[in-house]
Design a binder for this molecule. Structure first.
Ligand code: PBG
Length: 332
């Protein structure tokens, strides 16, 4: 009996996995230092680098130390750094006026970075939570997070950041109409080149826990953020939010958290074809570090694998606390 078909498959997919050289040749995605945005935490004082217990390896830095870190990041080729403030409880008020104080931590850090690391792009966070007595991203009136009054405050905050040298404004508040209001105010004030990277699809997530410790907001938060952050069950709504933010003038959009929302990253990138970023948030970082510290996973491997997953999903870049560590590995 002569067999009419080969006894083994003609398509042997293992052939293109057989050696490092061939694997290099057929690799579909790459992770590079140019994909990274490094979120950093700024605090009061001088000469301070204070560890954050729930985020091993991450520090709260005083303004001078943030500037030093930015110089190092720039030298490593990290294209952008994103500032989050740890605001002293005494500066938190119901009107959140510290948010648009030209001398608040974020604005001082902006000017300090610009003075010593002019080539790194500096991104800022726009939301009221670090300054709000109740820990919410917007004003709370009669138990409700009110939209339009919050947007007015966010515009003031945006303008103060632009005046201090912000390159990229990152609204993380999830109020309606904020992108149009910010874009309009920036144009009117002559900040035509200041970009907006909108946290368009930001979910009400349990993965933000360590961040709220890092910025000192966890104790303060009354209730949850479900009336403004998205329901983790929804995907179509993310598309509507991205569409809306682009129409209002966003230059780039973000999905947050990251790993649990890769389907959203993929839908946004394929659906809109715009610069799309994912935020690998504090809880994702903490889980990888905890697993690694216990010897349960290979931390470096999982870190790189998780970041590659964002690239495969279609992201143009990733906000990650691992940025300097990744840059060191990729530059080696
Ligand atoms: C607040 C803000 C949060 C994060 C970034 N901006 C927390 C929240 O919405 O409660 C989370 C980042 C992280 O977890 O790493 N506007």
């Amino acid at each position: 009996m002569t067999p009419t078909v080969a006894p083994f498959p003609a398509a042997r997919l293992r052939r293109t996995r057989s050696t490092p050289a061939i694997r290099d040749l057929v690799r579909e995605n790459t992770l590079s230092v140019g994909d990274l945005i490094w979120p950093v935490f700024v605090r009061a004082g001088t000469g301070i680098e204070e560890p954050i217990p729930s985020m091993p390896g991450v520090m709260r830095r005083s303004v001078d130390k943030i500037a030093e870190a930015a110089v190092e990041a720039q030298a490593m080729g990290i294209p952008a750094i994103c500032i989050f403030p740890y605001t002293d409880a005494s500066l938190k008020t119901a009107d959140c006026a510290e948010a648009w104080n030209p001398d608040n931590l974020t604005n001082r850090a902006l000017r300090a970075i610009k003075a010593v690391a002019p080539d790194i792009a500096v991104m800022t966070d726009v939301a009221l939570d670090p300054y709000n007595i109740n820990g919410h991203d917007g004003y709370v009136v009669n138990g409700e997070v009110v939209n339009d009054a919050t947007v007015e405050a966010l515009v003031k905050m945006t303008l103060a950041q632009a005046e201090s040298g912000a390159d990229i404004i990152g609204p993380s508040d999830m109020m309606d109409g904020r992108i149009a209001a910010m874009r309009g105010a920036l144009e009117t004030a002559g900040h035509n080149n200041v970009m907006i990277l909108s946290y368009s699809a930001k979910y009400a997530s349990g993965y933000y826990g360590p961040f709220r410790d890092a910025v000192g907001a966890s104790g303060a938060l009354a209730g949850d953020k479900k009336t403004y952050q998205m329901d983790p069950a929804n995907g179509d709504e993310a598309m509507r939010l991205v569409q809306r933010d682009l129409a209002e003038g966003a230059d780039m959009v973000m999905v947050k958290p990251g790993i649990a929302y890769l389907d959203i990253c993929h839908r946004v990138k394929t659906g809109f074809g715009v610069p799309t970023f994912a935020y690998q948030v504090s809880g994702e970082y903490a889980m990888i570090q905890a697993g690694a510290q216990n010897g349960w996973i290979d931390g470096e491997k999982v870190m790189l694998e998780s970041l590659m997953a964002f690239k495969r999903a279609g992201c143009d870049g990733i906000l990650t606390y691992f940025a300097p560590e990744v840059a060191r590995i990729l530059n080696a």
